[in-house]
Design a protein around this ligand. Structure first.
Ligand code: SF4
Ligand code: SF4
Ligand code: SF4
Length: 292
């Protein structure tokens, strides 16, 4: 388990470093980095981006503590104007994380284009009494593998990259490399039949066992996305419930649109998707979208 956590953390660190060097380009003082960590997590990404833009516009090559404080004060004072009705995030996978189970780069942009058409901000303005807050926004996140760094379990819709192994006819050498690669203990070797056996209940579809197999006995099977619905934090936190399958990118887009339609039909006074979504609703959605 320690190895698993270290490996994941290393991958995320590496991905974060790549984001910093490839996309943002600005350097931060240690004091500024410490200060940004104290900004509430649900607005930290937005504030960080704003800090860099404003520091760059001011001709500061290095983001300082003063830059962070000034931007944070301006941002929090005008918070209501920053609300757009939804939040869509991804993990650091697109920056080159080696753990990605599937490449989902275009999916985020396509989902955002779909969501923009739904005018969730207009919907919230009609249905929420008083000022809109960030916690009213509809939240979607993509994680490119089951390590789930972008926390899909606590979002309205969590989308997780999946690559499930299948057993082919290629003879197994009984090397057990797949068993070693699997951190879920989801593979055992049937030595009598000389085949690997995958426990579907334990398998998280991370795909790590597939490249570990030297003989091609394990190959890519279902490749797409797992979908979790109805997670939230707040006063009554709850983890999202998973639809029972792996879905294509196009199916994911349809599921997202379906969920937003459901939310707009049933949400009153700013109630969150997680508060109105019942187990029967999840079952109905699952019936409408058979897995790939
Ligand atoms: S969730 Fe994303 S960033 Fe985290 S380990 Fe998986 S691919 Fe990498
Ligand atoms: S895809 Fe499943 S069986 Fe293979 S390593 Fe990941 S969890 Fe284990
Ligand atoms: S399935 Fe592949 S990795 Fe697993 S024991 Fe057989 S040959 Fe080795």
């Amino acid at each position: 388990m320690d190895y698993y956590i270290r490996t994941c953390a290393k991958a995320v660190d590496s991905a974060q470093q790549q984001i910093t060097s490839e996309e943002i380009q600005m350097k931060w003082t240690p004091e500024a980095e410490e200060a940004i960590k104290k900004v509430p997590f649900f607005v930290r990404k937005r504030v960080r981006t704003r800090v860099e833009k404003e520091a760059e516009a001011a001709g500061n090559p290095l983001v300082s503590l003063t830059d962070v404080k000034a931007t944070q004060a301006r941002y929090l004072a005008n918070m209501s104007s920053e609300i757009k009705g939804y939040q869509i995030e991804t993990c650091f996978g697109p920056s080159g994380c080696p753990n990605r189970a599937i490449i989902s780069d275009q999916l985020e942009a396509r989902i955002e284009a779909d969501v923009q058409k739904e005018d969730l901000l207009g919907f919230l303005k009609q249905h929420v009494k008083g000022d809109l807050k960030f916690h009213h926004e509809f939240r979607i996140t993509l994680a490119d593998c089951p390590n789930a760094c972008s926390q899909p379990q606590i979002k309205d819709i969590g989308i997780i990259g999946a690559c499930a192994p299948v057993v082919t006819d290629a003879p197994c050498s009984l090397c057990e490399a797949c068993v070693e690669a699997c951190k879920e203990d989801a593979i055992r070797i049937d030595t009598a039949k000389e085949v690997p056996v995958i426990d579907d209940d334990l398998c998280l579809k991370c795909g790590k066992c597939i490249p570990a197999c030297p003989t091609g006995t394990l190959a890519e099977g279902q490749k797409g996305f797992r979908v979790q619905l109805g997670g939230k934090l707040g006063r009554h936190p709850q983890l999202a419930k998973e639809l029972p399958g792996v879905y294509s990118a196009e199916q994911v887009r349809l599921i997202v649109k379906d969920c937003i339609r459901f939310y707009k039909q049933h949400s009153k006074l700013g109630r969150r998707f997680a508060q109105i979504l019942q187990p029967a609703d999840i079952e109905a959605i699952a019936r409408r979208y058979p897995e790939i």
